[in-house]
Structures are given as structure tokens and as C-alpha cells.
Design a protein around this ligand. Structure first.
Ligand SMILES: C[S@@+](CC[C@H](N)C(=O)[O-])C[C@H]1O[C@@H](n2cnc3c(N)ncnc32)[C@H](O)[C@@H]1O
Length: 323
């Protein structure tokens, strides 16, 4: 898998529109080993492989049905891990990932304990494969099915002690209606549908984990707001739920605001009236037959946000310390 990730053909496939179908392996030792592991069939790679900071991650490719597809991309996880490093939060005693996908983020931390949750059973199967691939001990890892809207099951976190870091890379794409974005990206009309559930879960964890000495949270997301006034909906929502002065909002100016055809693009922040309709150009997610109706639906959504005093879109992170 490592040799595959380093090969120029695979790197080109991963970065372009070719990733809409399975990667075709060239004959050789890597192809034979991948076939023997069951990862390749008749010369085709059945999954996508990402390599980050020396760790390997098997996950779905974008050809898998959007209803059950496991998140294919690892750049958001790279951003989250970098931010944790800048905050000095890279080595907590425990990590709780509220939407772990294949484990890109949770398996990237040096932590004694990991709790990895997701609503998609297929993601949990990949998370277990990746735990084994990266030699993370079974005894220190819990991988469990959970909908963040139900909170965090108390029994899974009761024994945690010391510094506990909660990470959340929830679906945060703005969706004009359901079905436009895949399960991994649909954050409702304002991108915050599941971010609100994360905040409720954090408030409950603070009440229920008295033996934890430090509870920290690091979340990624998109938010509507006003660039001119430096006013963004999501950090305001965090402050309203968890208390003023606890949330540190970072607008990620160096990170493009959207993902189109697998690649991030667009200035961050951007006016919603430019950014949202551009999502209809994504050939990986939007078919030709529905492209124009999706574009119109996004234009209408941008207009609704503008009318409510939110003309812009920003991609950023919120860090919270719930001591
Ligand atoms: C943007 S992906 C990120 C996955 C992973 N953190 C990564 O970086 O690869 C969002 C994840 O949220 C999960 N998800 C969607 N709705 C959820 C819910 N209600 N509760 C828990 N997880 C959910 C999806 O299955 C998906 O794995």
C-alpha cells in the first residue's frame, strides 16, 4: 500500500477526475500483494488508499454510492491534526472522535485511549482495518456505531481520565435540500445541523465526566456570516451553548473554502453567491441531468442567507477548552 501511494500513476489518479472510477494497477509485486489481501480484483483496486504522516488509511473511493460511502479525503484530517499541534494538543490521554470515518484523524493522534464513533457501519469496518494496519492496540481502542444526535454513550467514556480531546469533522457542507450532498457532507441549509449536536454532546460530556481534568474540543466546519463584520454564525452558536470566551475561532485563510472534483478551491472567505452555485460544477457528486437544478437551488439558498445578513462563507475551526 505504501509503494502504491508513492507511485506517480496513483498520485495523479488521486488528484484528478480519474478518481471517479477504480484505479487500475500495473502488474508487479504491489499488485500481487494487494490482490492477495483482497484489496484488488482483476487488476482493479477496490478501495482508495491515503498515506499521511507515515500512516496508511484504506477508505472508499468516490465511485461508491453516496448513501453509504466512507469519506475518501484526508486533507481535512491533516488540517485538524496540524491545528491540534499548534495548540499543543497532539498528545492527550484520550481522543474521542464523534465522526471518525475510516479513522484518518483519531488514528493520527498519540493517545493512550481512543473512542471512535460514526453513524455509518461501513466507516467503522474501515476504521478497524486501519487500526490494525497502523498497529494501534485493540485494548486501547473503542470503535462503535453512534449517531451524534443521540449524544455520546456514557458507558464508552466512563473510564477516561486526564486530558480528553474531542474531535469533530462532521458533515458541514451547506445543502439546499437533502440528497444533493452525500452522507459525509450534508450539514443542512446552514452547514450547522450536526455541529449543534456536537455542542450538545460536549455540554453533556462536561457534566458526565467529573474525573476528567481537562476536556478540550477541536472542530472543523463551514459557516455563513459576514466577512466585513468578522461575524460568523458557528462560533456565535458555540459561545451561546458553551459560554462566552471559551471558543477560539480560526478562519483558515490558507485553506480553499470548497471541495470541487475532489480538490479544494476558492478563496476563504468567499461570497456565498459565488461559492454555493460553483458546487453544482462538481462532476464527482452532481450528474449532468441535475446540474442546472442544483445550481438554481444553491443560488436560492445564497439569496436566503444574504437576506438574513449572512452574505459570506468561511471554512475554519473552533477550539474549546471546557476545564
Ligand atoms: C466529513 S466526514 C469525516 C470523516 C473523518 N473524520 C475523516 O476525516 O475521514 C463526516 C463523517 O460524519 C459521519 N456522520 C454523518 N452523520 C453522522 C451522525 N449523525 N452522527 C455521527 N456521524 C455522522 C459520516 O459517516 C462521516 O464519516
Amino acid at each position: 500500500m505504501r509503494a502504491l501511494c508513492l507511485s506517480p500513476d496513483y498520485r495523479a489518479w488521486r488528484a484528478g477526475p480519474g478518481q471517479a472510477s477504480r484505479f487500475r494497477l500495473t502488474a508487479g509485486a504491489s499488485a500481487d500483494a494487494l490482490a492477495e489481501a483482497g484489496f484488488a480484483v482483476e487488476g482493479q483496486l477496490m478501495l482508495r488508499v491515503n498515506e499521511r504522516a507515515g500512516r496508511l488509511f484504506a477508505t472508499d473511493g468516490v465511485w461508491v454510492d453516496a448513501e453509504r460511502r466512507v469519506f475518501p479525503f484526508d486533507d481535512e484530517s491533516g488540517t485538524l491534526l496540524r491545528l491540534a499541534g499548534r495548540l499543543g494538543w497532539s498528545s492527550p490521554d484520550a481522543v474521542i472522535d464523534l465522526a471518525c470515518g475510516c479513522g484518518h484523524s483519531a488514528l493520527g493522534f498519540d493517545a493512550a485511549q481512543r473512542v471512535m464513533l460514526d453513524v455509518n457501519p461501513r466507516a467503522l469496518a474501515y476504521a478497524e482495518v486501519n487500526r490494525i494496519l497502523n498497529q494501534v492496540p485493540n485494548a486501547s481502542t473503542v470503535i462503535a456505531l453512534n449517531d451524534v444526535r443521540d449524544g455520546v454513550p456514557r458507558g464508552l467514556v466512563r473510564g477516561l481520565r486526564g486530558t480528553v480531546l474531542v474531535i469533530a469533522n462532521m458533515p458541514f457542507g451547506l445543502a439546499p435540500r437533502s440528497g444533493v450532498l452525500p452522507l459525509t457532507s450534508d450539514g443542512g441549509e446552514d452547514g450547522l445541523a450536526l455541529q449543534n449536536a456536537v455542542l450538545e454532546s460536549l455540554a453533556a460530556l462536561r457534566r458526565e465526566l467529573p474525573a476528567v481534568t481537562r476536556l478540550q474540543a477541536l472542530m472543523l466546519g463551514l459557516t455563513a456570516g459576514s466577512a466585513a463584520e468578522a461575524r460568523w454564525d458557528w462560533p456565535r452558536r458555540v459561545a451561546a451553548t458553551l459560554g462566552e470566551g471559551r471558543a477560539r475561532w480560526s478562519l483558515l485563510h490558507d485553506e480553499p473554502v470548497l471541495r470541487i472534483d475532489g480538490r479544494r478551491s476558492g478563496a476563504n472567505p468567499s461570497p456565498l453567491r459565488d461559492a454555493l452555485p460553483a458546487l453544482a460544477d462538481c462532476t464527482l457528486y452532481v450528474g449532468d441531468a441535475e446540474r442546472e437544478s442544483v445550481r438554481q437551488a444553491y443560488r436560492a439558498l445564497a439569496t436566503r442567507h444574504e437576506a438574513a445578513g449572512r452574505p459570506d462563507l468561511a471554512y475554519g475551526a473552533v477550539a474549546v477548552e471546557l476545564a
